[in-house]
Every structure is written in C-alpha cells, then in structure tokens.
Design a protein around this ligand. Structure first.
Ligand code: ZN
Length: 261
C-alpha cells in the first residue's frame, strides 16, 4: 500500500466548514486520513498546486472538544486568508459534485472521470464545474460614491450595484445594464478593478469603477431598498472585509483621501 501523506481536509456539512480547535483558535484538520467519518471525498488541487481533500459529512455534528462546524463565510474571521480561499474552492467542488449526479441531458447517473470531470455513460455528455460571473460597480460622482442596500443582503450594510452576467453580454454591457435597471442612472469611464472567486455557491465577482454620467436615482424596488450617493464623512455600514466590494470602497476612500499628498 502506498504511503499516505498528511493533507488538509476541508470537510463540510451543507455550507458549514469543519474546524479543529487549536488553543484559542481554529485550524483546518491536517491528517493522513479523514478525522471523522465522511460520506464523500474529492481530491482538490488548489490554485497554488497544493493537494487537499474536500469531503462532506452526511449528518450535522454537535460541537465537540476537538471540532466545530462554522459557516463558510464566518470562517473568514477565524482562519488565515489562504485557508479561507482554499475552503471556498473545496466547497465549490462539493457543490458541483452534489449537483451533477445525473446527466442533465438524459437523466442517467454520471460517472466521475477526473477530479473535475464527469461523463454520462449513455449519451457521452461531459460535465465540468461551472462558474457564474457577476459584476460589481462602484460609481463615483464628484466626491461621493453610490452605495445601495439590496433586499438579498444579509445584514444592514450598504454595498455596490451588482448583478449576474447574462448570456451573450460583455462584462461592460452587463455593468451598464445593471446600473440602468437597478438605479436608472447612466455611467461612463468603466474601468476594470479586479476579481474574486465567490463560493456562494459558485460565482466569480468582477469589479469595475465608473463615473456618474446622468439621470436621477430611480430604484428597482424588487431588488434594492435604498440607493444614494454618500460622501466619505457620512458613510453607512460597509460590507465585510472579505468582499471585493469592500476592497473597491476602500480603494475609493484611499483615492479621495484629503490628507493624501
Ligand atoms: Zn446523458
């Protein structure tokens, strides 16, 4: 039998991540074998080449002296950033695994053919994990920034206009459309800011900066409960540090800092 190596175990029950208690903090289990009985295991190669294991429990776990289940988003507050990012990738693969048990073309049970590929034995359809791109846009107007509260935000914070890319659309067309639909405004000078995998459950957030061009705010009420321009001295509660939206707002704050030489 081959020698087993120690590896990180990203174990989930639903969207909750298993953390091992270590002193005052938490860690991802690092073992040769699963530290608890798991229902499903998938090897994962992380973007930096690290080999890890994604696994799922088939029943919830009560907190023990050694382990605790924590929501993936909340795990950001108790893990180093690289472990949080890797947990996100493991979660996306488990989500894909769970949602690709049957061929979407003919309904036959699929067969795993590689770490990120399944195939239908009947019709040959191949299934890979899919990512849904979504845009975020920060709109500047003189010395203020447009912040919105969307009805689906978990919490009272204000964030950026966001929305899913539609088929046949460029990212910039998506940015213009979302801003027009959600706020009634037109924008110009759309520039790329950055992007971030967003494993809730399987998105890529792509951030853009833009300038206000015209129009009066007219809310799309099913999506947004508020939208307004805020100056740096009167900002509402902002999104959490883990989000690209927050990184973009922080960049805008930096850019408009009056104390900056
Ligand atoms: Zn099929």
């Amino acid at each position: 039998m081959e020698d087993q190596k120690k590896q990180y175990w990203y174990i989930f029950y639903d969207d909750k991540l298993l953390l091992q208690k270590r002193g005052e903090g938490f860690a991802i289990p690092f073992e040769e074998e699963a530290p608890l009985p798991v229902a499903r295991m998938l090897p994962v190669t992380m973007p930096d080449g690290t080999e890890a294991m994604a696994a799922s429990l088939d029943a919830p776990l009560d907190e023990t002296e050694q382990f605790r289940l924590v929501g993936l988003r909340a795990s950001f507050d108790c893990l180093e950033r690289s472990f949080y990012d890797q947990a996100g990738k493991a979660y996306e693969l488990l989500y894909w695994d769970k949602h690709s048990r049957y061929c979407p073309v003919c309904g036959t049970p699929t067969i795993q053919q590689g770490p990120i590929m399944k195939k239908c034995p009947k019709c040959g359809n191949e299934i890979f994990p899919s990512v849904s791109p979504a845009i975020l846009v920060l709109i500047r107007k003189e010395n203020s920034v447009l912040l919105v509260h969307a009805r689906n935000f978990k919490g009272s914070f204000h964030g950026l206009v966001a929305g899913f890319l539609e088929t046949g659309e460029t990212l910039e067309e998506c940015v213009r459309r979302e801003v027009r639909e959600e706020t009634g405004l037109t924008i110009r000078n759309i520039t790329y800011f950055g992007n971030q995998p967003w494993p809730y459950p399987s998105n890529l957030m792509v951030g853009f900066m833009a300038d206000y061009a015209g129009g009066k705010i007219k809310l799309q009420e099913e999506e947004l409960s508020t939208a307004a321009f805020f100056t740096r001295d009167h900002l509402p509660e902002l999104p959490q540090k883990l989000s690209l939206a927050r990184r973009m707002i922080d960049a805008w704050l930096e850019e408009t800092d009056p104390n900056k030489p």
